[in-house]
Design a protein around this ligand. Structure first.
Ligand SMILES: [Cu+2]
Length: 125
């Protein structure tokens, strides 16, 4: 009776260990989607053209909103990552989903105002 209880305990412990291993062994690509919201307004992205950071292999959902009040169009391109929105008129929103599959420091910018609206997009290993 006692040894059977011990056996059950041992089996439960073993099952827990196997379960733990399965969780630990999950690939990094299975990580949650990284949500990034960028608002284009007053000739800047998020007011200060911030550096955006994601991890290598991560799925990124990039939302770009043109919040200008005047008739100023914008878009957003990330050089080297094949990420590009269409031209967005005021009130327009684009949503791009992509996998950050190349490590490095990339430049994002608006093709209509590349000098004023530009920042860094970093894919960290
Ligand atoms: Cu622009």
């Amino acid at each position: 009776m006692t040894s059977r209880k011990r056996l059950v305990g041992l089996l439960l412990g073993l099952a827990a260990m196997i379960g733990l291993t399965a969780v630990t062994a999950k690939p990094r690509q299975a990580a949650a989607t990284q949500e990034i919201m960028v608002v284009a307004k007053d000739m800047a992205f998020n007011a200060s053209n911030p550096t955006l950071r994601v991890r290598l292999g991560e799925t990124v959902r990039l939302t770009v909103l043109n919040a200008e009040e005047a008739s100023m169009s914008h878009d957003l391109v990330i050089m080297g990552l094949s990420v590009k929105t269409e031209i967005l008129r005021p009130g327009d929103k684009a949503e791009l989903v992509f996998v950050a599959d190349r490590p490095g420091t990339f430049t994002y910018f608006c093709t209509l105002h590349p000098r004023m609206m530009t920042g860094k997009f970093i894919v960290e290993e």
